[in-house]
Design a protein around this ligand. Structure first.
Ligand SMILES: C[S@@+](CC[C@H](N)C(=O)[O-])C[C@H]1O[C@@H](n2cnc3c(N)ncnc32)[C@H](O)[C@@H]1O
Length: 279
């Protein structure tokens, strides 16, 4: 198994927390649009440091339950801190690879995964297994990339090279940053009805949240790309110069990749039957 490419260092935690500030409302709105009732059982795959757990807890309410799964044991203490901050519903943690996770059939009302599927070598089998784990009427909700659109203006060659390396870094762990484009087919094969497919792009000038989010990613992970042999020392040095120059130009513009809300619903189950626990 290859290591998770972005790691779990303190700097990565800080980056993920800022990422939540920038993109969190889009995720919360996605969950709000899903037909989830209080008392539901939810599973979050690739939960990381648990930045969406407070939102998931609010969605399932005091009689609900959330199971948080991630492969990285380093996130456990952070997850425990987030859980200790309180909120409705029970939360359990499981540290394992999603590929090894065999949930009981028909056990969850909602399965949520943000920025996980782009790292998975075999997303088809994970979608199929999660479809089996949904209760009738339950929803598999994925937020992930179609990486097109990631761009910087005025354009520069070193940025283009680092974008290529970013894509290669995901491929390095067997993943695919265009995974959102394949989700409708994977849902179909797994018998899930596509009930939502909504793209989001963020863009802005250097002081905008979108640009600062890109700055946090590239400042930290251009180095990781170099260490993986995906960017040479000279391209890295050139990129750092160019990136600093663009950041100092008040009218340069960054566009994010496309993040797509993908929701697939399992047939059957009335609203009432999807409630997990009796009142
Ligand atoms: C980019 S982070 C996203 C974290 C969180 N979903 C969020 O949106 O803040 C990706 C997470 O997926 C986890 N991950 C990657 N591959 C995994 C796998 N095969 N099984 C379980 N977790 C995995 C990593 O450990 C990491 O915490």
């Amino acid at each position: 198994m290859s290591e998770y490419v972005l790691g779990t260092a303190a700097a990565e935690l800080a980056r993920l927390e800022f990422q939540q500030e920038v993109w969190g409302q889009i995720s919360a709105d996605f969950l709000d649009r899903l037909d989830l009732l209080p008392g539901a059982w939810a599973l979050e795959l690739g939960t990381g440091p648990g930045l969406m757990l407070p939102c998931l807890r609010r969605k399932v309410g005091p009689r609900g339950r959330v199971l948080a799964l991630d492969q990285s044991p380093a996130w456990r203490s952070q997850l425990e801190r987030v859980i200790a901050q309180g909120g409705p519903g029970e939360v359990e943690i499981t540290v394992q690879r999603v590929e090894d996770f065999e949930p009981e059939p028909e056990s969850f009302d909602l399965i949520f995964a943000r920025w996980l599927f782009c790292y998975l070598p075999d997303p088809r089998s994970v979608v199929a297994r999660m479809a089996r784990a949904l209760k009738p009427g339950g929803t598999l909700a994925i937020q992930d990339y179609n990486h097109e659109g990631l761009s910087l203006f005025p354009e520069c060659e070193s940025f283009a090279a680092v974008v290529q390396a970013t894509r290669a870094m995901h491929q390095h762990s067997g993943g695919d940053v265009w995974i959102a484009a394949r989700i409708p087919q994977l849902f179909r094969e797994a018998g899930l009805e596509l009930v939502e497919y909504r793209p989001h792009v963020l863009a802005g000038t250097p002081l905008s949240p979108a640009y600062r989010w890109a700055d946090a990613f590239f400042t930290l992970h251009a180095q990781s790309m170099h260490e993986l042999g995906l960017v040479s020392a000279s391209v890295l040095a050139r990129f750092r110069q160019d990136w600093a120059k663009r950041k100092a130009e008040p009218s340069s513009v960054f566009f994010s990749p496309i993040l797509v809300d993908c929701a697939g619903r399992k047939q059957g189950g009335g609203r009432r039957e999807r409630v997990s626990r009796p009142a």
